[in-house]
Design a protein around this ligand. Structure first.
Ligand SMILES: NC(=O)c1ccc[n+]([C@@H]2O[C@H](COP(=O)([O-])OP(=O)(O)OC[C@H]3O[C@@H](n4cnc5c(N)ncnc54)[C@H](O)[C@@H]3O)[C@@H](O)[C@H]2O)c1
Length: 333
């Protein structure tokens, strides 16, 4: 059984990927410092899969402790989710982001080198593209991130490429996620946050009446209905992308590649609200507000490369995604 280390595996995307890996007969070890997740998620993953796994509460910035884990375990691959991820916070506190995201990644790459672990799947972000005029975003397009969080992802991508150049027996896959939403069908895990910053959980909260009026930032963008457009992807579809990436490198002796994981379709804020209103009976109340600085008007992926080379394609519709977020919100948060 292949043993996979998931850093940040109790977080939103990591926990859904843990479920998919366990259900596909991988063994997993999760390291998480619980800075943005709860220990109960561990039990929820076990409950969903009926499988056990090892959890280590540790910070990746603690290099000595990380090396000890690598010394004790024989990892086949690492999936590296652990990071701080809030764009707004990264603008206010950039050093927290450079420290946590970059130091953690360097420690991890050093441990992999020392203990001869060759396979890495890295969680990057659509943020690395910044605000480009050409759409959709292809992996070959320039990367000009517009905030510190996006820059940490860009720098880590570059570090990974340099490490590969120095040792081309490594197999490294960089996955650029677009906008993950929704929850596992059991609703035992999902985007579990006290103060959501992303749009979908906020709309879900407006739909369940826990948030007064939803603020829609900008109604005069050059888009069909004037509101911002994004590529939303169901978190379970996204999680399955990691399995495809692991399958891709299974027989490789030197591999480096970058893939967008998105649906390839952009939906506007009003598309989301209207879909929610169909589901919950017109409960989402909203008002328009000024545009926010730094928000790109439109961002969506080309998903062709992942489709062709990873044999992966998102399957869930916007209605599925809204329903999933709504049901999770009703049962949790
Ligand atoms: N959710 C998104 O919208 C999105 C979009 C694109 C990319 N990503 C990236 O995907 C990855 C996972 O995102 P998520 O939404 O699941 O985030 P999350 O915050 O839910 O999960 C990250 C996990 O990493 C842990 N962690 C953070 N720093 C750590 C450290 N130094 N040592 C050990 N554990 C640490 C946190 O406790 C958390 O459980 C991140 O790298 C994020 O940047 C997320």
């Amino acid at each position: 059984m292949k043993k996979i280390l998931l850093t940040g595996g109790l977080g939103y995307i990591g926990s859904h990927t843990a479920v998919e890996l366990l259900q596909n007969n991988y063994d997993i070890v999760i390291i998480d410092n619980l800075s943005n997740s709860r220990l109960e998620v561990k039990d929820s993953i076990k409950q969903i899969t009926n499988k056990s796994f090892k959890f280590i509460k540790e910070d990746l910035k603690n290099k000595e402790a990380l090396f000890k884990v690598f010394e004790q375990e024989n990892f086949y691959a690492v999936v590296h989710f652990a990071a701080s991820k809030a764009v707004g916070e990264s603008v206010e506190n950039p050093l927290k982001y450079y420290n946590n995201n970059i130091i953690s990644s360097i420690n991890l790459l050093e441990a992999m080198k020392k203990y001869n672990v060759k396979n890495l799947i890295f969680s990057s972000s659509a943020c690395v593209y910044g605000d480009l005029d050409d759409l959709p975003y292809y992996e070959s397009m320039p990367t000009t991130p517009t905030n510190p969080y996006g820059r940490t992802k860009y720098f880590i991508e570059e570090i990974i490429k340099d490490v590969y150049t120095a040792d081309k027996t490594n197999n490294f896959v960089i996955l650029r996620y677009f906008n993950p939403v929704g929850a596992h069908d059991s609703f035992l895990i999902g985007e579990d946050c006290e103060k959501p910053a992303n749009l979908m959980p906020l709309v879900a909260r407006a739909a369940t009446g826990k948030l007064g009026k939803l603020k829609v930032f900008g109604d005069n963008y050059n888009t069909p209905d004037g509101t911002g457009v994004r590529d939303y992807i169901h978190v379970v579809d996204l999680a399955k992308g990691h399995l495809k990436a692991l399958e891709k490198i299974a027989d490789k002796k030197g591999f480096l590649n970058t893939y967008n994981l998105g649906t390839g379709v952009g939906y506007s804020v009003l598309d989301l609200i209207n879909t929610f209103n169909e589901i919950c009976g017109n409960k989402v109340k909203y008002e328009f507000a000024e545009r926010r600085a730094g928000d790109a008007p439109v961002s969506y992926a080309s998903s062709q490369k992942a489709e062709k080379e990873l044999n992966w394609k998102a399957t869930r519709s916007l209605k599925d995604m809204c329903e999933s977020s709504y049901q999770f919100e009703l049962r949790n948060n």
